[in-house]
Ligand binder design. Structure first.
Ligand code: NAD
Length: 287
């Protein structure tokens, strides 16, 4: 990579950032396309959000990803935010358009984009969505805005429950054509009935990731019929217990790595207008 006086800067802000693979992923793509851009990670904590965003303006940064804990905190400092960001109060991508900073959330685009690459359009689909945290909310708003018919969220009655009720109302207001409900994950009969009449089952909880890597929320495997599409947001391990058992039941599956790189691809497209070579990036950077 040749850095010169015309090189455009992009980056990641949040904390911690030193283990992020985003710099490797974006710089790989800049090099592949011969773009005169460079991407760095900047450790910015909650006490320095205003300065961090001001620096993006001062240095005329081309774009920036935002990670925890700043995804919500950056919003008041931006000039515009997308409808999805507004609905769930989260920005993971900032694009500098002629000096104006526009915020987007691409996590859910990673989910719908991965399905689309596999020939599955979310529009018109009924989804049983396990989880109501950050990943689940991003999926729900994007799926709803892209025309999903119904999203049935199942969560434990844990600390996420009350926030989920408020979040799902906001999502429902933003996408009124999509029917959205919240049910107790421990209600096995309701879960079974929902999965039976869903096109897609998505795990968007931490179950499946270490230390719960030997667990799956679907313990009754008769709930998995071959026509059901099963997806998981957990990307480490790449194949979760749920996906392994769904495959064995004959279901089509989509893993969390495809969603993770897919959100990077959606950000890359917002920055450059170009398609990220997703499979190549998965192999070169993540496997
Ligand atoms: P979060 O803390 O915001 O939400 C956690 C969710 O998991 C909640 O719904 C909670 O109720 C549920 N949960 C936790 N323990 C549970 C248990 N024992 N039984 C049932 N439900 C349980 O977390 P998040 O940011 O939404 O992340 C969730 C998972 O998604 C993590 O594994 C994370 O690595 C992954 N993730 C993947 C992507 C991707 O692009 N593939 C993006 C973001 C997050």
């Amino acid at each position: 990579m040749n850095i010169d006086g015309k090189t455009r800067l992009l980056g990641l802000i949040g904390t911690p950032v030193e283990h992020s693979k985003s710099p490797a992923m974006y710089n790989y793509c800049f090099e592949k396309y011969g773009l005169n851009c460079a991407y760095l990670a900047f450790d910015v904590d909650m006490d320095h959000v205003a300065e961090g965003i001001a620096a993006l303006r001062t240095f005329n940064v081309m774009g920036c990803n935002v990670t925890m804990p700043l995804k919500n905190a950056v919003i008041p400092y931006l000039d515009e935010v997308s409808p999805a960001s507004k609905a769930i109060g989260s920005v993971n991508t900032i694009v500098n358009k002629d000096g104006k900073l526009h915020g987007y959330v691409t996590d859910g685009m990673g989910y719908t984009g991965q399905l689309r690459r596999g020939g599955v359009e979310i529009a018109g689909k009924t989804v049983t969505l396990l989880g109501a945290g950050g990943a689940a909310s991003a999926i729900a708003i994007e799926a709803a805005l892209e025309g999903a018919k119904e999203i049935r969220v199942f969560n434990k009655r844990d600390a996420f429950w009350d926030r989920a009720l408020a979040n799902l109302k906001t999502i429902g207001d933003a996408a009124p054509a999509c029917k959205i409900s919240l049910s107790d994950l421990d209600d096995a009969a309701a879960l079974r009935a929902s999965i039976e009449t869903s096109d897609i089952l998505t795990n968007a909880t931490r179950v499946g990731m270490a230390p719960m890597d030997d667990a799956s929320l679907i313990t009754d495997l008769t709930m998995l019929r071959p026509e059901l599409i099963v997806t998981d947001v957990v990307y480490n391990p790449e194949e979760t217990k749920l996906l392994r058992e769904a495959k064995a039941a004959g279901c089509r599956t989509f893993d969390g790595l495809g969603m993770l790189v897919g959100q990077g691809a959606a950000s890359f497209k917002l920055y450059t207008g170009l398609e990220m070579p997703i499979d190549e990036v998965c192999d070169a950077i993540y496997r």
